[in-house]
Design a protein around this ligand. Structure first.
Ligand SMILES: [Zn+2]
Length: 77
């Protein structure tokens, strides 16, 4: 009999947490949207488009990789 009480209490706690989470979760139901259109930028060296977060931004220019940052940025210095 004690087992069932424990199980019931456990379920009650789980349900409470779950319902709380659901209430709070409405604001940030989907913190990560994979399909969210991220701002795209073009590599200043080769022109390939990439998400801004993956680019290397240097002095207003964005490069797709370290090699192009060096190739595109080193020349002008
Ligand atoms: Zn590039």
């Amino acid at each position: 009999m004690m087992k069932y009480l424990l199980l019931l209490a456990f379920l009650a706690v789980v349900w409470l947490l779950w319902s709380k989470r659901r209430l709070n979760g409405d604001a940030d139901a989907s913190p990560r949207q994979d399909a969210a259109p991220e701002k795209m930028v073009a590599c200043a060296y080769c022109g390939v488009h990439l998400p801004e977060s993956e680019g290397i931004a240097v002095e207003g220019q964005v490069y797709c990789c370290e090699a192009h940052r060096l190739a595109g940025g080193a020349k002008e210095r």
